[in-house]
Design a protein around this ligand. Structure first.
Ligand SMILES: NC(=O)c1ccc[n+]([C@@H]2O[C@H](COP(=O)([O-])OP(=O)(O)OC[C@H]3O[C@@H](n4cnc5c(N)ncnc54)[C@H](OP(=O)(O)O)[C@@H]3O)[C@@H](O)[C@H]2O)c1
Length: 296
């Protein structure tokens, strides 16, 4: 209860044990807001319970459990776990979308922030089409919803820390390596999402978010080089080798991932309102890479 005798609004956060969800929750807790941690494994949520969160178990594909998890929440943060190898007809995303729509319609929270992606409006089929599908289905709900569309996560560079450190060479699927890419730190996404969860809203809106400036793959290499004190360079992976490479790594259907990379490289995965229309975060690449190196 607050000073006026009203119950404080409660925020239900999915994906809280992951990067963005964790940042969202940390921001809300720092503002003394009550948080319900929605986890698929209660043991993984213990740390959040110790920080004062209400802990509930719900898989993202369990409508009944999600309905209970979202009930009574003023705001819900919805994060769908990444699927890098979806079926050609994206039936997994369609099923998740239907489950989320049903749970949100039944629980009727005051507002929703859905973590989507840059390029969710793209018309060419690619890995991000999963978010296009979920945005469209959640768009059928009448409650206030913000579709938060961040750029490429700077934290994707976690895959490059060991090659930068040990070999001084990073393989790049983003090409050409001097092309600027809209990237953003998950700390900025979590901070902005926490703000959006607390804003009164009518209807639906899209918020596009990137970092303080766009980043080239070459800048990632030079930033690693500065931080590691050794030469580091980017090496483009030839486009014609991607399919066999991804299949050798166990992917059944590499086409959506390849098309997504094409979309970034060819520029058709971009913010709907371009660089001028996106919100800008504060966290710089250097700070993210420093943290990734320290936590290796
Ligand atoms: N990487 C990028 O460049 C980028 C760019 C734009 C948008 N996105 C989107 O951002 C999202 C990923 O965010 P992130 O990096 O913060 O994710 P993450 O760190 O990989 O965390 C995933 C979260 O989802 C939870 N989870 C996994 N399977 C689940 C299930 N079946 N039911 C309920 N929860 C489940 C995980 O819980 P456990 O701890 O139990 O596994 C974890 O909390 C994806 O939707 C992705 O498409 C990514």
């Amino acid at each position: 209860m607050n000073g006026q005798g009203k119950t404080n609004p409660m925020f239900a956060i999915t994906g809280i044990t992951g990067k963005v969800g964790g940042e969202v929750a940390r921001n809300l807790l720092a503002g003394n807001q009550p948080v319900r941690a929605v986890v698929r494994d209660l043991r993984k949520g213990e740390a959040w319970a110790q920080l004062g969160c209400d802990l509930v178990r719900a898989d993202i594909n369990d409508a009944g459990a999600l309905t209970s998890a979202f009930k009574g929440a003023e705001s819900v943060f919805v994060l769908v776990p990444p699927n890098f190898d979806p079926s050609p007809d994206f039936h997994e995303a369609r099923a998740t979308a239907a489950t989320l729509r049903s749970a949100l319609a039944a629980a009727r929270p005051g507002r929703v922030v859905y973590l989507s992606t840059i390029g969710a409006q793209a018309t060419q089929s690619n890995l991000l089409t999963q978010h296009t599908i979920i945005e469209q289905v959640l768009g059928e709900l009448s409650m206030p919803i913000t579709f938060l569309r961040p750029g490429w996560f700077m934290e994707n560079c976690s895959w490059d820390v060991s090659s930068a450190t040990n070999d001084g060479v990073i393989s790049s699927f983003l090409q050409p390596v001097d092309k600027q890419v809209p990237m953003v730190a998950t700390a900025d996404i979590g901070r902005v999402a926490a703000e959006l969860l607390q804003e009164t809203l009518k209807g639906h809106r899209v918020v596009e978010l990137e970092g303080p400036h766009r980043v080239t793959p070459n800048e990632i290499a030079t930033t690693f080089a500065d931080l590691l004190g050794r030469p580091v360079r980017m090496e483009p992976v030839p486009r014609e080798t991607w399919e066999s490479l991804f299949k050798s790594q166990g992917m059944k259907n590499p086409t959506p991932r390849i098309k997504m990379l094409d979309g970034f490289n060819e520029g058709w995965i971009e913010f709907e309102s371009g660089e001028p229309g996106s919100r800008k975060g504060r966290v710089k690449l250097e700070a993210v890479l420093q943290t990734l190196i320290e936590s290796r």
